[in-house]
Write a protein that binds this ligand. Structure first.
Ligand SMILES: Cc1ncc(COP(=O)(O)O)c(C=O)c1O
Length: 416
């Protein structure tokens, strides 16, 4: 065999091993894709928290925009910097969230991955909460930085790591996308300042939902000037496809020409930008929508807790049914879907192994009857899915922490 052929064989074997690993790790497709929901299905999978995805005004804005502007120029956002549309939306987001400037990104994933890739320094530590979103991990790991995970919401663990490896970048989610827990942000910001660390907060699940105007938890807690970077997906409450990074004008200018997705992927389209402008108006004025969201959230959380479901210490609109091992989550998912309730299944690598779950996302448009149906169904299937055996039931009160009392008080002010 020639040397070249030998090298080809090695490359093919390496690929085979990786693909074998995927198939041996279990059937991910059948885990996350269940029954096909019918027209009368109750959809609790969507992150459309204020129920804006079918808002007639927003649909009209988009169709009018496509008719008049087409899809604009197909090119990277670095050239589109000249586009008034993009810059004016960025400026609006910055002032809405009490920041200096903003970079509009193609997705929340690109915002996180591009930000971390750009600010990571070789050999310098990046501390990431174990339950932070995968895009943060991917961005942090894309360079030669020292990536260190700390236990979920465990700031004492984080402090021990900082004492060992030195100051660096701390990355947290304001609300965690799988467990629905809130980060103890006041403590995190104090810790970051005490040790001279940069703090990055992903507000994907609090932008639009938290705060009197929906500007997120950082702004609500009055710590916008103490958090160096905020990111958010616009595919949650803003019901579109995009993401943002909020930071100082100097940092945003640096990111615009240093974040790889900002440079090497094409810009957000004009009709998407115009829809975000209109969505911002609705979100900022959406106090009633937020009130409905929080009323619905409290009602469902209380109903499930009264039935003995261990839904964790969080108070957010994300309600985790964490059955644990995958076969248990599958039978929970099937029991719910047979009764026409569709949540989102999360399993490894989105969760640690044996901590898989069905996530229920609450939205402002759900009616009391629909919430009662969910609670009734959970009562019906309780013996079958046995919530008393779930990991959260065994470790209630001992896994990580939710937000501290001061955070909770401040956040509660807008969620009650
Ligand atoms: C916390 C968090 N950050 C980032 C993202 C990525 O957002 P997008 O879907 O816009 O790429 C998500 C979405 O799952 C998320 O939950």
């Amino acid at each position: 065999m020639t040397w070249k052929r030998h090298q080809e064989m090695l490359a093919l074997r390496a690929l085979d091993q990786r693909v074998d690993g995927y198939y041996e790790s279990g059937d991910r497709r059948s885990m996350v894709v269940g029954r096909m929901p019918g027209p009368d299905a109750m959809e609790l999978r969507s992150n459309d928290y204020l129920a804006l995805a079918h808002h007639p005004k927003l649909l009209n804005v988009q169709s009018d925009s496509i008719r008049s502007r087409g899809h604009g120029l197909m090119m990277s956002g670095v050239y589109a910097d000249a586009s008034n549309l993009q810059r004016s939306l960025e400026k609006r987001f910055a002032s809405f969230m009490g920041g200096e400037d903003c970079l509009l990104c193609q997705s929340g994933y690109d915002a996180n991955a591009g930000l971390l890739q750009a600010i990571a320094a070789p050999e310098k530590p990046i501390y990431v909460d174990f339950r932070a979103h995968m895009s943060i991990w991917q961005g942090a790991k894309s360079g030669d930085a020292l990536v260190r995970g700390f236990r979920h919401n465990d700031l004492s663990h984080l402090e021990r790591l900082i004492k060992k490896d030195g100051p660096g970048i701390i990355v947290v989610d304001s609300v965690y996308s799988t467990l629905g827990t809130e980060c103890p942000l006041l403590d995190a910001v104090d810790l970051a300042e005490q040790y001279g660390c940069i703090l990055v907060v992903d507000e994907s699940h609090s932008l639009g939902t938290h705060g009197p105007h929906g500007a997120g938890i950082v702004e609500q807690l009055g710590i916008a000037d103490r958090v160096q970077f905020r990111t958010a997906s616009l595919a949650k409450t803003f019901a579109g496809r995009g993401g943002i990074i909020i930071g100082s004008a100097r940092h945003i200018e640096f990111l615009r020409f240093s974040s790889m997705p900002a440079i090497f992927s094409s810009a957000v389209l004009p009709h998407e930008i115009e829809a975000f402008e209109a969505t911002l108006d609705i979100v900022a004025a959406g106090r009633d929508l937020r009130e409905s969201l929080w009323k619905n959230t409290r009602y469902l959380r209380q109903g499930l807790a009264a039935l003995g479901y261990p839904i964790g210490p969080g108070e957010s609109q994300i309600v985790p049914l964490e059955a644990g091992p995958e076969p248990r989550t599958l039978s929970l998912r099937d029991a719910l879907e047979e009764r026409n309730i569709f949540g989102a299944v999360f399993c490894a690598p989105a969760t640690p192994r044996n901590r898989s779950m069905v996530r229920l996302s609450i939205n402002a448009g759900l009616t009391r009857e629909q919430l009662d149906t969910v609670i009734e169904v959970c009562a019906q299937i309780k013996d079958q899915v046995d919530p008393a055996s779930w990991p959260g039931a065994r470790t209630a009160g001992t896994t990580g922490r939710s937000a501290n009392t001061a955070d909770k008080k401040a956040v509660k002010a807008s969620t009650t």
